[in-house]
Design a protein around this ligand. Structure first.
Ligand SMILES: Cc1ncc(COP(=O)(O)O)c(C=O)c1O
Length: 379
C-alpha cells in the first residue's frame, strides 16, 4: 500500500527534536518557528511532558469513556484555573474540527436553530460541518455543503447587524484568523458579536484552536476584548503534538447522557499530555513570555523595509510581503534552516513558534528574513 498523496512535501525527514530545534536524518539542524503548524506550545520533547506521558503509559494507556478517569477532571480543573473559565464544563475530543462540530451541535441542541454565521477567510476544520463553515470552496465536497451557513466579512459591524436575527443559531469565529493569514477581530467587533448574540438568543462560539493556549499573549486571544463567549474550542497547542481537543461550555448548557460522545477523546495518554502542557505553561510563565517576546518580534519586523504589513498578537504573527512569500519561505528553510508557515493568502508568511522560543532564536530569524527580503527587493 502507498500513501494517499494529499500533502506537498519538503524533502526533509525530521528524526529528532528538542525545544525549538529539529534534526533531520543527516543530522542537519533546523529552527522551528512554525511549531509543526501551531501545535508545539511548550517545545518539542519537553522533559516534563515526556515524563508525564511515559509514566502514564507504564500505568494504563487506554480504557473507554465508560469508566471514571480522575485525570480528565484534573485536566478540566487546571484548564479552568489557567484560562479563567473555572465555571465552564469541558468535553474532550481528538481534533480541532471535532471540537468545532461538537460546539455547533451543542449550540443547535440548545436553541433548536440551524443558521450559522461565520467569517470570510475562516478555517474551522475538515469534518462535514466544520468544513462547510470554512471559507474555502476547494475543500468542501458536495456532501459537506450546508446552505444554512452564511459568511460575513471580519470587523464589519454593519454586515453583522444585518445578518443577525432570531433564526441565527450561532456566530462562530477564530480568536485570530490563522490559516486566513493572521487577521485579528477588533475589540468592538467581538463586543458587538457578544451583544447581538445576547439580543437574539444566539450562541457565541470562539474557535481558539490555533490562537489559544497562550499563543496570543493571553490564554485565549479573545480575552484581549474582555468578552466571554458561550463556547470555546481548543486543540493544537493543547497536547503539544498529542492529539487532544476540547469544547469548553458555559454553565447555561445542560449536559444529557448520550448528547455527545467519542471513543478516544480524553483518554489517559491524551489527558496526561494536556495536563503536562498546562503545568509547563504555568511553571515557565509562558503566556507572559509569549506576550513580551511577541511584542518585541512585531516591533522589530515593523522596522524591516520591504515588508508591507505585520499583523498579530503575541507569538501568532503574519508578515505580508509585496510578492508571493513562497520563495522567501523556501530560502529560509533550505539556506538558513528555519521553518515558517504559509497562509491561504500567498503573500503572507506565518510565525507560530513554541511559546518558549528564545529571543536569540527570534534574532536569528530576523537577520535571515532581512537578508531574504533584501534579495527580494533587488530582484
Ligand atoms: C482555527 C482552526 N480551527 C480548526 C482547525 C482544525 O483543526 P484539526 O486539524 O485539528 O481538525 C484548525 C487547523 O488548522 C484551525 O486553525
Amino acid at each position: 500500500m502507498k500513501l494517499f498523496d494529499v500533502y506537498p512535501l519538503y524533502d526533509i525527514t525530521p528524526v529528532k527534536a528538542s525545544g525549538s530545534r529539529l534534526w533531520d536524518a543527516q543530522g542537519k539542524e533546523y529552527l522551528d518557528l512554525y511549531g509543526g503548524h501551531a501545535v508545539i506550545s511548550i517545545g518539542h520533547s519537553h522533559p516534563h511532558y515526556v515524563q508525564r506521558i511515559t509514566e502514564q503509559l507504564n500505568q494504563i494507556g487506554f480504557y473507554s469513556n465508560a469508566v471514571k478517569m480522575p485525570l480528565q477532571e484534573e485536566l478540566a480543573y487546571k484548564l479552568g484555573e489557567l484560562s479563567g473559565y473555572t465555571d465552564y464544563a469541558l468535553f474532550l475530543s481528538n481534533s480541532g474540527a471535532e471540537a468545532n462540530e461538537n460546539a455547533l451541535k451543542v449550540a443547535s441542541f440548545y436553541n433548536g436553530r440551524k443558521k450559522v454565521l461565520v467569517l470570510k477567510n475562516s478555517f474551522h476544520g475538515r469534518t462535514s460541518l466544520a468544513v462547510a463553515a470554512t471559507d474555502n470552496p476547494k475543500i468542501v465536497a458536495p456532501v459537506n455543503e450546508a446552505e444554512f451557513i452564511q459568511f460575513i466579512p471580519i470587523n464589519d459591524e454593519q454586515a453583522l447587524s444585518e445578518a443577525m436575527d432570531e433564526t441565527v443559531c450561532a456566530v462562530m469565529l477564530e480568536g485570530i484568523q490563522g490559516v486566513g493569514g493572521i487577521h485579528v477581530p477588533s475589540v468592538s467587533y467581538l463586543q458587538k458579536v457578544r451583544s447581538l448574540c445576547d439580543q437574539f438568543g444566539s450562541v457565541m462560539i470562539l474557535d481558539e484552536v490555533q490562537s489559544g493556549y497562550g499563543r496570543s499573549g493571553y490564554f485565549f486571544a479573545h480575552q484581549y476584548a474582555e468578552v466571554k463567549p458561550d463556547i470555546i474550542t481548543v486543540a493544537k497547542g493543547m497536547g503539544n503534538g498529542f492529539p487532544v481537543a476540547g469544547t469548553l461550555l458555559s454553565p447555561k448548557f445542560e449536559a444529557k447522557h448520550g448528547m455527545l460522545g467519542t471513543t478516544f477523546g480524553g483518554n489517559y495518554l491524551a489527558s496526561a499530555a494536556a495536563i503536562a502542557v498546562l503545568e509547563v505553561i504555568k511553571e515557565e510563565n509562558l503566556i507572559q513570555h509569549s506576550a513580551e517576546l511577541g511584542a518585541y518580534t512585531i516591533e522589530q519586523l515593523k522596522g524591516i523595509s520591504g515588508i508591507t504589513e505585520v499583523r498579530g498578537m503575541g507569538l501568532m504573527i503574519g508578515i505580508s510581503l509585496p510578492y508571493s512569500s513562497a520563495a522567501v519561505r523556501k530560502n529560509l528553510l533550505m539556506e538558513h534552516g528555519i521553518f515558517t508557515g504559509s497562509a491561504s493568502d500567498p503573500n503572507t508568511l506565518r510565525l507560530l513558534p513554541a511559546l518558549n522560543v528564545s529571543k536569540a532564536d527570534i534574532d536569528t530569524f530576523l537577520d535571515a528574513l532581512k537578508s531574504e527580503v533584501m534579495k527580494g527587493q533587488a530582484s
